[in-house]
Design a protein around this ligand. Structure first.
Ligand code: 7RM
Length: 647
């Protein structure tokens, strides 16, 4: 079986949670049959479906002539149409009853607070756009944005969109070298940054990083610097401009440019497993439609909701569900600058209580960290405003899912486990909260217009219940268009393994109810004695042991079995770290999964190496486990110390 690439699955989760009658009755898609009807229509007549949605949900300056031009693997959506993303996120709401509605409610890490109504946000975006124009930025130019999670981050993003400049947001946690690498690939003309940002009570020296980066980045002509932390920095006259000098003085009027639907909206860099980061290119009309439609239905958006997506705008999740999706829908989006555990592990819950947050969307790694910190933190705040919970970024283990449901959601809020990628632009596989019964650990069903299929190594669909490669059979509007400057890499990475299909790089299986179970990156699959096991399932078994907080599992070469399982675990704070623990955990995995999955070794670690967005970097752990030196790109690693101590 393994020659065809089938992946064995052992996870057998039976708990099923249906949305409450009250929730369903008040939701946009209130039953499974309605979902299925819409999905079938979107699958059978994608152009009809997407054309209708583009008309209903977005404002166009000029209608398109063709919904889709598909010349595999290159898609053009809504050709001939003219649109502006910033106009859709701002102007159209300002012309409506939403003019004085809060668009962004923000809290800084030190506790400072700001609220911007739609009108105020529009004014700021126009000023910023005028400032960029005065510095010579034109349609099609690239602008690097390297800002802390402040309202100015959204303002700068929307200002680029307004004048047709292409933004490349680089997460403020990246080093100067990582910034330079991205900046050079994009050949940005302008960098927008801040003196510093707050993180865990300390200052990240953003401007200093930019100065170092500029030594390696010849294309940059100007730098706009937001004063955030107030520490001393150097400003180079003629090149560096304070935000308050160059933006605040500008007119609050700047017409949104009518852009071709396929005009590039942004580049977002994502690290490949090896080699240099890929500049994922998204374009205007299709991306905006994906973000707008998914926000409305996946989060069952209500006019009065306060919607909180905890991601940074430096990641695709922040682009789609902190900025474009909520604002295009005219929603109120909450933003928080800093660390979840500053000054203590109650920070998030305190803000949920204060701002009466209704929808909370975060990552499994954060949920596991909260679980580890203890239920006493959320339990000391009133979380009853919450209506809906979401997760994204990694497979969520049932243990964490149940804690999230019980302790955060008070057994009342549906959980949407949303699967998607930087490349897909918007949510692809997800429950709809009013209609889809959920099972801990499953992302459940495809979103409208998404046609996934799980195949073996020969591209043949695998039977129900078997694991394989997750592919997408039809183009969708918010799909990436190419990799900036490297269309060959685009074709090779996503479209060559299975001709005619988009290859996600993830393993998955479908159960008898048609639910999808994402098994993690295909590179992370372990082959033990000819059985291909998903690392995620072994990790899930480990985390179900009371002593384990987090687990990462990798395969190392083994003479007999082909590969053997090595586990890295971090322990719960109260766990006893005795001699017997290794054996106990080995037996625990054997009990949960079977003798096949018995780990070769268990290594206790203080912390696990993660990307800055919280994904465990198994590639590095594989090197540690097999005693190799790590090559390749480690610019996304959060904490290089964790890797050192593991070695
Ligand atoms: C949105 C985002 C994409 C990769 C993807 C998966 C993993 C994301 C889930 C998930 C299981 C989920 N974009 N992933 N969501 N795995 N269940 N709900 O994270 O480009 O940064 O990462 O993340 O492996 O391919 S991303």
């Amino acid at each position: 079986m393994s020659e065809t690439g089938e992946i064995s699955s052992i996870l057998n989760e039976q708990r099923l949670f249906s949305p409450s009658v009250g929730f369903s009755e008040n939701s946009q898609i209130g039953d499974l049959e309605t979902y299925r009807n819409i999905w079938n229509y979107s699958k059978n007549d994608p152009e009809g479906f997407w054309g209708r949605k583009a008309e209903e949900m977005l404002d166009w300056f000029q209608p398109w002539t063709k919904v889709l031009e598909w010349d595999e693997p290159h898609a053009k959506w809504f050709t001939g149409g003219r649109i502006n993303a910033s106009y859709n996120c701002l102007d159209r709401h300002v012309k409506s009853y939403r003019r004085n509605k809060a668009a962004i409610i923000w809290e800084g890490e030190p506790g400072d607070k700001r609220t911007l109504t739609y009108q105020q946000l529009l004014n700021e975006v126009c000023r910023c756009a005028n400032a960029m124009k005065s510095l010579g930025v034109k349609k099609g130019d690239r602008v690097t944005i390297y800002l802390p999670l402040t309202p100015e981050l959204s303002i700068a993003t929307l200002a680029c969109a307004r004048i047709g400049a292409i933004h490349s947001v680089v997460f403020a946690g990246f080093s100067s070298h990582a910034l330079a690498e991205r900046n050079n690939d994009a050949e940005s003309k302008l960098i927008i940054t801040a003196d510093g940002g707050w993180r865990k009570g300390a200052i990240t020296p953003l401007k200093q990083n930019v100065d170092e980066c500029l030594a390696e980045s010849p294309t940059v002509e100007n730098v706009i610097v937001l004063k955030r932390t107030g520490q001393d920095i150097t400003m180079q006259p003629g090149r560096d401009h304070w935000w308050h000098d160059v933006v605040d003085s500008k007119s609050h009027i700047c017409e949104a440019l009518p852009l071709d639907s396929e005009h590039p909206l942004f580049l977002l860099y994502t690290s490949g497993s090896t080699g240099k980061p890929k500049g994922i290119l998204h374009t205007t009309g299709g991306y905006l439609l994906g973000a707008t439609l998914s926000t409305k239905f996946v989060f069952d958006l209500k006019e009065n909701d306060v919607f909180w997506c905890t991601a940074d705008v430096g990641w695709i999740t922040g682009h789609s569900y902190l900025v474009y999706g909520p604002l295009s829908n005219g929603a109120t989006t909450f933003m928080y600058e800093g660390a979840p555990n500053f000054p203590d592990a109650g920070r998030f819950w305190k803000m949920i209580e204060t701002y009466q947050i209704n929808t909370f969307y975060t990552a499994p790694t954060a949920i596991r960290a909260f679980l580890k910190a203890g239920s006493q933190w959320p339990n000391s705040y009133d979380l009853s405003s919450l209506r809906l919970l979401g997760t994204v970024g990694e497979p969520i283990n049932p243990e964490a899912w149940m804690w999230y449901r019980e302790v955060i959601g008070g057994n009342r809020c549906p959980i949407v486990d949303t699967w998607w990628q930087t490349e897909t632009g918007s949510i692809m596989i997800t429950p709809l909260p009013g209609s889809t019964p959920t099972v801990p650990g499953s992302a459940t069903l495809p979103f409208f217009g998404v046609v996934p299929e799980i195949v073996d190594a020969n591209g043949k669909p695998v039977p129900v219940g078997s694991g394989g490669y997750l592919t997408i059979k039809q183009p969708w509007p918010s799909m990436l268009r190419t990799i900036h400057g490297d269309d060959e890499r685009y074709k090779r990475t996503y479209w060559s393994k299975f001709p005619g299909r988009y290859f996600t790089g993830d393993g998955a299986r479908m159960d008898k109810n048609g639910y999808y179970w994402i098994m993690g990156r295909i590179d992370d699959v372990i082959n033990v004695s000819g059985h291909r096991l998903s690392t995620m399932e072994v990790e899930s078994a480990l985390v179900s042991h009371p002593s384990v907080a987090e687990a990462a599992v990798v395969g190392i070469p083994h003479e007999i079995k082909g590969e053997a399982i090595v586990c890295f675990v971090s322990l719960d704070s109260y766990a006893e770290r005795d001699e017997a623990l290794e054996d106990t955990l080995k037996s625990h995995v054997t009990e949960q999964i079977g003798a096949l999955a018995r780990p070769e070794s268990i290594r206790i670690a203080e912390t696990l190496p993660k990307t800055r967005s919280g994904k465990i970097m198994r590639r590095l752990l594989r090197d540690v486990a097999s005693g190799r030196d790590s090559g390749g790109d480690i610019s996304t690693l959060e904490d290089t110390q964790s890797l050192e101590s593991l070695r």
